[in-house]
Ligand binder design. Sequence first.
Ligand code: ADP
Length: 471
Amino acid sequence: MEILHVSAESYPYAKAGGLADVVGALPKYQQQLGHVVKVVVPMHRTKFLYDNEWDTVHKGAIMLASTFLEYTIIKEKTNKLGFDFYCVDIFGLLDRQKVYGYDDDTERFVAFQIAVVDWLSNWQHRPDVVHVHDYHAGLIPFMMRHCYVYNHLAGIPAVLTIHNAQYQGWMGWDKANYLPNWDSWHRGLLEWDNTINPLACAVKCADKVTTVSPSYMEELRYSANGLEKLFEYEKGKCTGILNGIDTLVWNTQTDTYILDNFSAKDVVAGKKLNKKKLCDDFDLDIDKPLFIYIGRLVGEKAAELLPQAIIDCYEKVDSKINFLILGSGDPSVERQLERMRSHFMGYYNSQIGYNEKLAHQMYAGADFLLMPSRVEPCGLNQMYALRYGTIPIVRNTGGLKDTVKDIGEPNGYGINFNEPTVNDIVYSVTRALELYNAPKKMQAIQKQIMAIDNSWDKSAESYIQLYNEVH
Ligand code: ADP
C-alpha cells in the first residue's frame, strides 16, 4: 500500500509538539510493515534542512486568491528517516524559522495544502491513501473532491487524524477565494458556525477520522471546542487509535542525550546517576524526590496551576522536595515559574524554553512526572516517562486515562487524579511521597513500567487495517 502523510511538523525535521513525534514515527513503522510511505511537510528553516541534502522533484505554480505562487517540492536524498520525506517550499511564505505563530499562518497553510494537492495531481499514479494530520492539512480532502481542477483525485481515500481538536484553523468567508474554484453546492462542507472551519471540513470530507486515543474520541462528543455535535453526527466513521512511542529514539540503553544508559535491570543505579547530574546542573537536592513537568505552559496543560501547586506542596507537604520545570508558553506563567527560583533555592528550578536534550535527561533522572492536563488527546510525555522509569502523576483525561493505571488498582503503576485543581495536585504529590518512602515498592514499579510496551508496532498495524476499510 502507498500512503502519503501530510502534516505541519515531523520529528526530527521540525517539532513543536506531539504531532511531530507521531508523524516522525508512524511512517517509519508503517514502512517497516512493508508499505511505501511518504511524508510531506512545509519547508521550515530548521537544522535538519541545512544538515541534509535534497533533490528537487517537482516545480509548479498555484494561485492563492489572486496571488501567483511558485512552489518547489524537495526530497531528502538518502532516505535517512526510513521513509520518503518531502518539503514544500514557497518562497517568502513557507521558508520560515518557526512552524507556527505568524500573522499570515492562514495563507501559509492554505498555500501549502494547495501545493500538495497540485503536486499530487501531477503524479503519474495515485497513492492508496492520503492521511492528513490536524487542521493544517484539513482542507485537502475537500480540495481533492470539490475543487474543479483537482476532483480527478476524488477517488483517493482520505483519512484524518486529529491530534488536537482545540485548534481548528478558522477562516472568515472573505478567504473562501483562497481555495481553487470549488463547487459552491458543497459550501456546507467548509462551514461550521458561520466560518470556514478546516478541521470540521476534514471531519466531514475524510473517509475515516481517528483521534490519538480512544478516551479522547469519547470526550470530543462532549467537549470539542464547539464541534461536539459534529463528532456526534460523524461517530460512525471515527475511531481512537492510541499513539505509540518511537522506541528507537526513546531507549534508555542507547539514548545519547543522557549521562548514564540503563535498563530495567539496573534502573535504580541508572536513574540515580542521571538524577545526580540533573541535581548538580540545577542545584537540587539528590536525597529528595524529584518531580518534573515538561511541556507547553498553556491552559490545556493546566500549567497556570503549577506555581500555586508547587508553593502549596512546599507549605503543606514537604518544604524540601525537588521540582524542575521545562517549558514555554503563557508569559505570565513563565514569569512566575522563573521568579520562584529565588524563593526556593536548592530544591526548585525551571528552564523556560524548548530543549530536547534536557527533556531526555529529565525523563531519565526524575522520580515523578506531573501532567495535570485539562485536555490531553494522547500525551506522549507520560509514555516517555514510563519507558524511562519515571512514575507519571496524571489527570484522568484522554490518553492519560488510557495509558496510566493508578497504584490503587491491581497492577497499577501511576498516580491518577480527577480534577485539574491545585488541591488534587497537592494530594497526588502526597501519595507520590508515600510511594517514594516505600523504596521496595517504588523500585518494583520502576521495573514494571520500563517493561510496558507502548511501541508503535500495534498502532501502526491498526492504521493499516483502517486504510484497508476505505481502500
Ligand atoms: P503536545 O503535543 O500537546 O504539546 P504531547 O505530550 O503530545 O503534547 O507531546 C509533547 C512532546 O513535546 C513530547 O515529546 C515532549 O517531550 C516535548 N516537549 C514539550 N515541551 C518541551 C520543551 N519545553 N522542551 C523539550 N521538549 C518538550
